[in-house]
Write a protein that binds this ligand. Sequence first.
Ligand code: SF4
Length: 279
Amino acid sequence: MASSAAVGARHSSGLRALSPSRATDFKTCPRLFRYKVVDRLPVPPTPAQARGTTAHLALERLFDLPAAERTPARLYDLFRRAWMELRDRRFPELFDSVDDERAWGTGALELLANYFSVEDPAAIEPIHREFDVTRSLGRMRIRGIMDRVDETDGNIVIVDYKTGKPPAPRFAASAFFASKVYALLYRAETGRTPTALRLVYLAGPAVLELPVDDRMLAATRRQLEALWTAIERALTRNEFPPRPGPLCGWCPFLGICPAVEDPTAASTGRADAMTPEVT
Ligand code: SF4
């Protein structure tokens, strides 16, 4: 799953590597970043995360099959098998009952059915899947995992699957942040500049696309450098101020965060338009 690459940080000697996910955490709320990366507090798994992880694995394996066999039925089967592999190892005791788990599975299969209305997997031959790249960019060390990379007539497209809803229009630009970082990494790794970025939202369903150019990549690099500097400063000073906002309702640390006086009100006041993406 592309946007969940690990990041390491050492309090005493600075940042080792940064992924788009953790960069986004810091942008959203430095305290959230501290809880995850510095304090390494456990984050309880959720059904949405389990669905995203399992769906990504099934979609990755779909392209192991011959083109003619990339059908909805085979994808559902891959999802069931992936869940059997992941359930006890990654998501033990996630559901209170068999009925809850069954309802979750039914919802996940309905989501996967949407995939075929936005892409025809029989017509796609990816050149990479789960493409894991770590590169030094100047003084930074950046890691990203691309769900899929396609090449058609010399045009390279980096594809990211999303099992959450597509963003409201005003958040669409920021939805591409991780993919822009992947494009930077892809160019550093291969010497080739991707042509476009594609976000495939299974809930919706919807596809968002953005062409890539050098100006965009230069701006993304500047943004990463500013974040890298800010994170290193925060690590040196041990200053990670909380930044309360609409996303607190989904924060796994809501119950311990000193900035939120009423965690119950925050968790029930979630705004749909701000639904965080589960990749
Ligand atoms: S509850 Fe809100 S302010 Fe506190 S760590 Fe989470 S996102 Fe930050």
